[in-house]
Design a protein around this ligand. Structure first.
Ligand SMILES: Nc1ncnc2c1ncn2[C@@H]1O[C@H](COP(=O)(O)OP(=O)(O)OP(=O)(O)O)[C@@H](O)[C@H]1O
Ligand SMILES: [Mg+2]
Length: 206
C-alpha cells in the first residue's frame, strides 16, 4: 500500500454526546501540526480521544491512518500517540521525573540515553528544578508542563495537545512551542486544540 501521508483521517464520523460530527477528512504530514477549531462543545476533545483510542466506541465510521497503518482497533500503547488531555491527571505519589519516564518505562525502553534525554526535556520545559518533586502541590501550569513532558518523552509518532498551552504565561508558552517545533523537526506530527491563534493550518469542526 502506498503511504500518501503520515497521519490521515478519512470519512470519519464520531458520536459526540447526543449528536454526530463529521464526515471529516484531513491529512497531516510529518513535521506538520494541524489545529482543530470549533466552538465549545463541538467535539474537539471527543475527536482527539477517538484518535488516541480512548473513545473507540464513539467512532461511527471512517478510517484513521498513521504511517499508512489503520489505528482502528489497535491497542493504546501500540499507537505510539502522546496525548496531553484537556483535564490533566497526574499520579500524586510520583515525582516529575517518574512522570516523564513513565511511557519509556512501560515500553521497557528506559536506558541511559533515554534518561539523559528526559533530563534535557525537563530542562527545556522549565521543570529542571522540579524533577525530584512529587507532583502533589505543583501549580496548574507546572502540572500541564509535566503532562506535556510525559506525552513527549517516549517519542510518539503523533502528539495530541488538547489546550495544552492554556494557563501558561507567555514565556512558558514560547518555551513549549519551541519543544513542539523540535518534535516536528524530528519527523513527528501533531493535532492541536487551542483557543486563539496557533499559526497552524486549521480544520473546522462543528
Ligand atoms: N461522556 C459523555 N457523555 C455525554 N456527553 C458527553 C460526554 N463527553 C462529552 N459529551 C458532550 O459532547 C459534546 C462535545 O464535548 P467535547 O468535550 O468533545 O467538546 P469540545 O469541543 O472539546 O469543547 P471545549 O472547547 O469546551 O473543550 C458536549 O456537548 C459534551 O457535553
Ligand atoms: Mg475540549
Amino acid at each position: 500500500m502506498e503511504v500518501s501521508s503520515f497521519f490521515e483521517v478519512r470519512d470519519l464520523v464520531a458520536r459526540v454526546g447526543d449528536f454526530e460530527v463529521g464526515p471529516l477528512h484531513f491529512e497531516v504530514a510529518r513535521g506538520e501540526a494541524l489545529a482543530l477549531v470549533g466552538p465549545s462543545g463541538s467535539g474537539k476533545t471527543t475527536l482527539l480521544e477517538v484518535v488516541c483510542g480512548l473513545r473507540e466506541g464513539q467512532l461511527v465510521r471512517g478510517e484513521i491512518l498513521l504511517g499508512g497503518e489503520s489505528l482502528v482497533g489497535m491497542n493504546l500503547e501500540a499507537r505510539e500517540i502522546g496525548l496531553v488531555p484537556q483535564d490533566v491527571v497526574l499520579f500524586p505519589s510520583m515525582t516529575v521525573r517518574e512522570h516523564l519516564e513513565f511511557g519509556l518505562r512501560v515500553r521497557k525502553r528506559l536506558g541511559k540515553k533515554e534518561r539523559r534525554e528526559v533530563e534535557g526535556l525537563g530542562e527545556r520545559l522549565g521543570l529542571g528544578e522540579l524533577m525530584e518533586r512529587k507532583v502533589k502541590g505543583l501549580s496548574g501550569g507546572e502540572g500541564r508542563r509535566v503532562s506535556i513532558g510525559r506525552a513527549l518523552a517516549f517519542g510518539p509518532r503523533l502528539l495530541c495537545l488538547d489546550e495544552a498551552l492554556t494557563g501558561l504565561d507567555e514565556a512558558r508558552k514560547l518555551g513549549v512551542m519551541e519543544v513542539l517545533r523540535e518534535f516536528l523537526r524530528g519527523g513527528g506530527a501533531a493535532l492541536v486544540v487551542e483557543h486563539g491563534e496557533t499559526g497552524f493550518r486549521e480544520v473546522e469542526i462543528g
